[in-house]
Design a binder for this molecule. Sequence first.
Ligand SMILES: [Zn+2]
Ligand SMILES: [Zn+2]
Length: 138
Amino acid sequence: MGIKEPASMDECIYFTNRNLGAKGKIKGWVHKQDCPKCGKALMGKPRDPKGKIKIRSTEYVCPICNYTAEKEEYEDTLTFEGKYTCPHCETQGEVQTSFMRKKVKIFDEEKQKQLSVEAVRFQCSKCQKNIDVTKKMK
Ligand SMILES: [Zn+2]
Ligand SMILES: [Zn+2]
């Protein structure tokens, strides 16, 4: 697979680098994409009048033609890429999958109970077990 690590966070609308349990790891990102309407600029979060990015905005806009897309709907069309170490079998691999988050049940080691969370879920290329990149809890 030819996945390309972003050179900087500015190229991404999402970036994570974290441990998955005791043995696993994921470094994942979602590249910004060209505006689907004019194709002349990368879609991104809108900026306030002072030029500061509105991180919490629920929309993405094209800075050239002002095409606007609703956050969740737009993010579902993007591609999540990453490099992982499988938390089950410790294989190192690469992943390219939809950035659409699904409701999944995970077992929380700290709380010792099942939790329902939103996550990007994919399967290890070797052991085929699920690997979940959960949405950060706030
Ligand atoms: Zn545009
Ligand atoms: Zn595995």
